[in-house]
Design a protein around this ligand. Structure first.
Ligand code: ZN
Length: 480
């Protein structure tokens, strides 16, 4: 039986975080608009005679992304009209970039299956404008132009990926880079970042490119993975049944877990692209590009390497911490205040801390870095036990406050006073003669159970090391 492999390319659309829209001075912050159709003007509603002016900030951010993705910047690049009619497109065309995008021929290294590294080529990065928002209500279609004309960046990869895992890592890395650069919030549930997957399948070993389909508007990583997997299986089945895949644009129906045909795919010529007559070509100079280059922050890959070297973290730990810019910054902030090793801080953040963040769906800065540092310091210097630390952390997430105060209020301070611990041990040994008998008969694992009983009786306050020592002694003393 023929074995197939997928050929995957991704297009990523990300809105740019500028104050104004791409070609007019209307606010681009449609999320904060008090009502529909307030951030609008003759230009972004396509009134006759209104002229576009390109947003300088958007051009800077687009170049920044191009440089971060190792692209070459086209010093001469042009805007083009992409003609199609749809109610969310007031002009009847979208201003985009076609033959000469702002950046092209980039490269991004991603993780593939079996710990393989894959270099994915970035074909192009170009500027365009977002469409208006359509909503449907009973028999009416409503259109809100607040989003029309918001700067949009399209990042197109070459079809270099052969596994869904590689595609997922590519998308994850692009999102992280956009957030590192501060050009896009990465809030996928708000629709500011959308994926499109181009997929075909072919027999393994073949180098032909077969007919591909394009899955539009994937609004989450989960949708990207599920839609791609579904589409790969669907195409393989078509070939196995002796059929042919037809080129088309598909949608992903998350509820039914299927891709659905939206329209037969347009080719570029269907859009009748031509140079935008209302905008001059963009002429960028070497010195301008160099200035943008100096604005590049430390990117995830470099930060990961630095975390491994400077903080002696394992690669997996460093990759986790640098996967998100706010998490990476938070970690470095905690380090400033901490007396514990970076390794211990990393373990706390990757464990209990992120568990709380995900469970409560809150920002990492909900608990100030200084508070987390104080908390971990208290565990390290044995003021409180690790378990008590978890209680304090939960309280910090719930109500905030000062970690030391919480320890006092909840009476969580660890006790290393031997007489206090001995008292608890004696009572537990007195109460459990049959367990002692089993222990003496050779069931060594019961030692941990006894230690656990002390932790429970003292509400986690007894120093576990001292407890274990004294418990061993107590058990030996009772050996007949
Ligand atoms: Zn406008």
């Amino acid at each position: 039986m023929t074995q197939y492999e997928p050929v995957i390319g991704l297009e990523i659309h990300g809105e740019l975080l500028t104050n104004s829209k791409m070609f007019c001075s209307c606010s681009a912050d449609y999320g904060s608009a008090p009502e529909p159709n307030v951030n609008i003007c003759p230009t972004c509603t396509g009134l006759p005679g209104a002229l576009p002016v390109a947003n300088k900030k958007a051009i800077e951010l687009a170049a920044l992304v191009g440089l971060a993705l190792n692209c070459s910047i086209n010093k001469h690049n042009t805007f083009a009209r992409k003609n199609y009619y749809y109610p969310d497109l007031p002009k009847g065309y979208q201003i985009s970039q076609y033959e000469l995008p702002i950046a092209e021929k980039g490269l991004l290294e991603v993780n593939d299956v079996d710990e393989k590294q894959l270099k994915v080529r970035v074909r192009r990065v170009h500027l365009e404008e977002d469409t208006a928002k359509l909503s449907h209500e009973k028999n009416n279609a409503l259109v809100d132009f607040n989003r029309a004309g918001v700067p949009l960046l399209e990042i197109v990869s070459e079809p270099d990926m052969r596994t869904v895992e590689a595609a997922l890592d590519y998308a994850t890395k692009i999102r992280a880079i956009l957030r590192y650069l501060g050009v896009n919030s990465g809030d996928m549930e708000k629709g500011v970042l959308r994926f499109e997957a181009n997929i075909s399948v072919r027999p393994i070993g073949s180098d032909e490119f077969r007919t591909r389909t394009e899955i539009k508007n994937l609004n989450s990583f989960r949708a990207l993975v599920r839609a791609s997997q579904y589409e790969i299986e669907r195409q393989i089945k078509i070939y196995e049944d002796g059929g042919e895949v037809i080129q088309e644009t598909l949608g992903w129906d998350d509820a039914r877990s299927v891709t659905t045909s939206q329209r037969s795919k347009e080719d570029a010529h269907d859009y009748r692209y031509f140079p935008e007559p209302d905008l001059p070509p963009l002429q960028l100079t070497d010195s301008w590009i160099d200035t943008i280059r100096t604005q590049l922050p430390e990117l995830p890959e470099a930060k990961t390497k630095r975390f491994i070297t400077d903080f002696e973290l394992k690669p997996s730990e460093a990759i986790f911490l640098t996967s998100d810019i706010s998490l990476a910054n938070y970690f470095e902030e905690v380090i400033k205040y901490a007396k514990s090793s970076a390794k211990i801080i990393s373990t706390w953040i990757a464990g209990e801390f992120i568990r709380n963040v995900n469970e409560l769906n809150v920002d990492v800065n909900t608990v100030p870095a200084k508070s987390l540092a104080q908390l971990v310091n208290m565990v390290t210097d044995k003021t409180i036990s690790g378990n008590a630390g978890k209680v304090v952390l939960a309280e910090l997430f719930k109500s905030g406050g000062d970690p030391a105060e919480i320890v006092k209020e909840k009476n969580l301070a660890q006790v290393s006073d031997e007489s206090f611990i001995q008292e608890a041990i004696t009572k537990i040994l007195d109460d459990n003669p049959s367990e002692i008998e089993k222990y003496h008969a050779g069931k060594d694992t019961l030692l941990q159970w006894f230690v656990g009983q002390v932790a429970r009786a003292t509400k986690g306050k007894a120093d576990p090391v001292i407890t274990k020592e004294l418990m061993l002694k107590g058990l030996e003393e009772r050996r007949k």
